[in-house]
Design a protein around this ligand. Sequence first.
Ligand code: AHR
Length: 663
Amino acid sequence: MENMFTKKFTLIILSIAIGFSMNLFAQKPQPIVVNVDKPKADIKPTMWGIFFEDINFAADGGIYAELVKNRSFEFNKPRTGWKIDEISKDSSHFLIINRGKLNETNPRFARITIKEGTNKFSISNSGFRGMGIKQNNKYNFSILASLPTGSNIRLRVELISEKGEKIGETSVIPAGKDWKKYDAGFVATKSDLRASLRISFEGTGTIDIDMVSLFPADTWKGRPNGLRADLVQLLADLKPGFLRFPGGCIVEGYDLRVRYQWKKTIGNVEDRETIINRWNTEFAHRLTPDYYQSFGLGFFEYFQLAEDIGAEPLPILNCGMACQFNSAEVVPLDQLDPYIQDALDLIEFANGAPDTKWGKIRTQMGHPLPFNLKLLGIGNEQWGPQYFERYALFEKAIKVKYPDIKLVSGTGPSPDDDLFKSAVAALKNLNPSLVDEHYYRPPSWFRENATRYDNYDRNSYKIFAGEYAAQSVFTCSPDNKNNWDCALSEAAFMTGLERNADVVNMCSYAPLFAHVDGWQWTPDLIWYNNLTSYGTTNYYVQKLFSNNKGTQVLNMLQENKPMTGQNGLYATAAFDKQTNEIILKLVNTSDKIQNNSIVLQTSKKVTPKAMLTVLKSERLDGMNTIDNPEVIKPVNQETTLKGKNIEMPVAPYSFTVLRIKLQ
Ligand code: AHR
């Protein structure tokens, strides 16, 4: 009896053990094979780039380093940003004068009158949610002023900390009734996140002032009218293949009056007409009444920025249509010529010889050499027949004069709805080189759509994945977060973009920038306050793809299939002809470690030392913040390989890059 029981028990244990080991065996994944010697396709140098739009205080209050808000009193409420600190007696005053037609692009200035014996009048500017001031940094103050004969006024210029302390000062003594620019530099004695600028007028008489400006001296490359160096550095670190500018819906405007017009953004800064920013009133939940566009960062500066960071410039122009989510205003087809002329003139501005009309302006602005423009976008996120009939007229005119310029068309706001399908149908009769697709979708969409381009038509236009970002709540929700779930899902999707690099030639996350106190739209790639900035988890995903781009895609197959989410694993492989390296990217979206064998099929020898970079978080809701900017960041480590068969454990919720050098 006992014997029977022991036998039965042993049998049960044995079968459990066999079952368990068979189960284990079944779970052991098949090796992943990378065919190194037969690359699939070239990866374009433009593959990973940047989408810039003046949203979330990206230009004024962001990368454009001007610290004075409403410096020329041109906001609809002309005293916005300005506070009158002290008026002595009833006779001193501050007036806004509008010269109307005498200066159409900068009509307003301020007139300050100080009566004899009063001797005190001061105004303060609050900056963009304060002014970020750094101790020992130099600041350059400038102002346009004019004084009628008989006036005798000296300006005391002070930086005042949030707590009210003086943290820097200088003075200016203007003279003469002709408008003149006065400059004064000084060094700040203390740092402050939310300082303000106080200008005290001492003396008697009247003074007219305009273009009141304060810049840090440490702008990117030390340029006057320059850009915030920390923000440009974050862009340069991406090693972007292109810079798309100036948007986004800002190109369209909520109506055509406030559309982006590049010609109004070049030349002397004081002649660039300030207009409202369309994001000012876009979201009732994030109203930003003090959001305007000074265009201090204009088209010349965008081209210069692209050149500085080694990116192809990709301007996007208004196509005669305002935002279809707003007014949906259109220009009649028979009045489209000025818009088309803007496109032709832009090409001349960027590429024309210094003796051409627009090339001359570029030269006068300090850039005699061409900017080498090759790409041009017609319209942003437009849709419907109105768009395609306008696009067709642009295409016809531009191709006659500039056949080598590659045109980019849009497909509307969604990657898969009826508008998108009708766009795809309409594009069959047109000849854009690239077509811009936008996806603001939940993280799951990104994981599920890693195969999106596997079956795209190889004989048609190329894809510009021009705006994408996983939305943790829903598109336009103010609660969206730049969390690891979103970033990891984007990484999974991006393996599909890279695998299809023969079709997908350009990609950019959107939006790019957000001021922590001045944003309208979230998530965004880079966040900042007035002093510091940081890259989100999504930024590091973009950076790892871009910095490890390679020049050719390789086949990377498991059981003859691309790695598109088997057990939650997504992977892609590239080869870099310049460095002679294989670059593997593995994205594990599961909560389990994945033990994979990777076989490199190559006739060449593999160098044992390889570089492993891992970006990971144990929590899908993990994220970087302005106070904790490096919670999730890439960690590099040298690793040793034992030949062409690599045992590669991939951590849960991680994005891993392995660079392997061939001998
Ligand atoms: O990136 C924010 C906005 O999203 C862009 O302006 C627009 O093109 C899209 O709808």
